[in-house]
Write a protein that binds this ligand. Sequence first.
Ligand code: TNX
Length: 543
Amino acid sequence: MVRVIGAVLLAVAAGVLVFWLAFNRIERRREACAIVPQPEHLEVRRRNFNLAPGAQIRAEAFCQSEAKLLAQRLRTSTGYGIPIAEKAPPRDAMIELTSQGAKKDLGAEGYEVEVTTGRITIRASSSAGIFYGTQSLLELLPPAIFSQRVGTNHTWAVPCLRIEDQPRFAWRGFMLDVSRHFFSPAEIEQVLDAMALHKLNTFHWHLTDDQGWRIEIKKYPRLTQVGGWRKRIGFNLDPKTSTAYGPDGRYGGYYTQSEVREIVAYAQRRHITIVPEIDLPGHSSAALAAYPEFSCSGGPYTTDMAQAVLPGVYCAGKEETFQFLENVLAEVMDLFPGKFIHIGGDEVCKQNWKNCPLCQALLAREGMKSVNDLQGYFVKRIEKFVDSRGKRVIGWSEIRTADLAPSTAIMDWIGGGLEAAQAGHDVVMSPEPYCYLDFYQSKDRSAEPPAAGAFLPLEKVYSFEPVPTGLEFSHHAHILGGQANLWTEYIPSLRQLEYMAFPRLSAMAEVLWSPKTSRDFRDLKRRLAIQEQRLEQLGIHHR
Ligand code: TNX
């Protein structure tokens, strides 16, 4: 009897041990899948698909471009030339990109990845979904898959698994200020690559501000000839930290329209929409340095002043101002295929309007009470023009007035998002305390390069909740998503830009893509350690 009980106990113990070992193995295999942002559903199985010479990609017509990008990346680091066929008989060692049997409920950007020992299938109903599937696939391979050189000594193994994934929000944004400091087209493309790796899909390009106008406008060449340059690097920074000096020693630069078109196409291939921002009516010193006649006083204005809120404000009382802005916006709208045009609207210094006879006459004529109403008037006029061209306005918190067009969206940085959504407007949440990557990354400021005033650690970015507290469920759909912003007063180089962006932007990408319920800071940190290896392979700096 005792013997029997002993044998049974032994058998049970052995069973538990075998189960525990197997479970642990799968758990370790699961941990090896360090995808950022975390997929909605991931189920790891036993065995691997081994990528080796002789592999083939089969891709339907709608996703040939995604197949090419994938093959290019694989060739760069593995050295394998992987042919792409639209139709090919099924065989082993095949990577298949297909819409056959794609689940409709995964939405416009969702995808599935299925890996067996003989085949990788990426399935999606849209090319965006296929693209995100390929990004996840790359992250299932060793980080060296992101290398710029062919690596030997690697086993290019992908664990057998199933992923089903889709984003939580449609607007997963990153804003870059290229006015305070200028970044070259090649540098912008590197930023877009880093965004694509994180499945971020909206690049908000802050193209104009007091310290520089960065986009060529054919009708007004002085905008870039004069407004694109300043005497010094400014902001008390060391001139050696930047290469953005012209032949005459002035600091600055701008994008020609043909460069803009190339960057837009580069972004499109990575499923990134670019939202251009022409900041108005404030933050306009650079434009007014070039064309002072569109200001109240007639100028002069300069790009060489470095304060947060400057009197560089367009005159609301002159018809010519609106003619000028409409001509500028018309050229901008032609360059960017996206729906949204960002018109800024933040931090308008209204003192000039108080002292301006033309603005005062306009106030009286329109029966408005104060210069605050002039801001509303300004926004409404621009909104009408943008709407008439079939585009939609988005602007910072301050553009919110009582009678905005229903199509106009608000970008909340200092509040108003909740109220705007309740009033039926679409909203992108970008509240300063969680989303400003120009803030310090450490409490010990002496250990950090100069940055903007506040403190924003990784953990706080990761705790960001884009849906405002108190917003009724029926209005949730108006929260398009969220965005991290990088103002560049203190960021003179790409290296410094990347130091400020990573890893905080990785955390933001996960907030915007992954289900809220899957957030786990410890697990994020584990995956970020691997994400940082990928960034290093790509030559992208991080803190
Ligand atoms: C506020 S956020 C600004 C920017 C500054 C930033 C510095 C916003 C819409 N305007 O002009 O660069 O603070 O953190």
